[in-house]
Ligand binder design. Sequence first.
Ligand code: SAH
Length: 219
Amino acid sequence: MTLAPAPGSGMTSQRTRDRMVARLRECGVADEVVLEAIRDVPRHMFVDEALASRAYEDSALPIGFEQTISQPLTVARMLEAVRNGRELDRALEVGTGCGYGAALLARVAKAAYSIERIAPLLEKARANLRPLRIRNLRLAHGDGYQGLPEVAPFNAIVVAAAAPHVPRALQDQLAVGGRMVIPVGTENQELRLIERTSSGFKETRLDAARFVPLRAGKG
Ligand code: SAH
């Protein structure tokens, strides 16, 4: 009789996750808080079982509904950029998808919120997140273009889908000193960093990017 590997062994083990973190470090991710979050959150629990052995490759993977879980390096860079070495009180993610990014955000912020337009995908995210028992994360079904005005302002906003322009509502929901990262563009996308200062907004271009589109309205 051969024994089935214990859950969390082999391709989905802590060691595999440690190796992924080492690769992220080699790629220039230096924020220890972000790296620790990535080390702790089991990415394989957010993809279908058939893809679990590929969960710690640095690639985007399908999660259904024509959407993808973002590439670990991209998620790490975005979190590093919004955190900027600070402790975050309140943070928002737009585009919950399978819930992986939300789980990470909850590790780097005191209170994390994530909004998703596709209701069945949000249910999938809830199911993925349940066993992790994350207490400081709230998920919402809605249109991310509108943000979450009822809990704004946010110290950080991470947008996980590409918009043709920076949505005004999201910009307005940044606290003074708050930072948002958002992929902007259609064919050629770039990651932008928006900082709210006491006198207005400052925009910086980061890397080239490739995200699924941010779509208007609830799904
Ligand atoms: N953070 C996710 C990435 C998911 S891909 C993860 O870790 O897996 C981007 C997600 O944005 C998709 O699930 C898509 O449905 C969602 N999305 C697209 N437009 C949206 C909108 N206007 N409001 C909320 N979510 C949106």
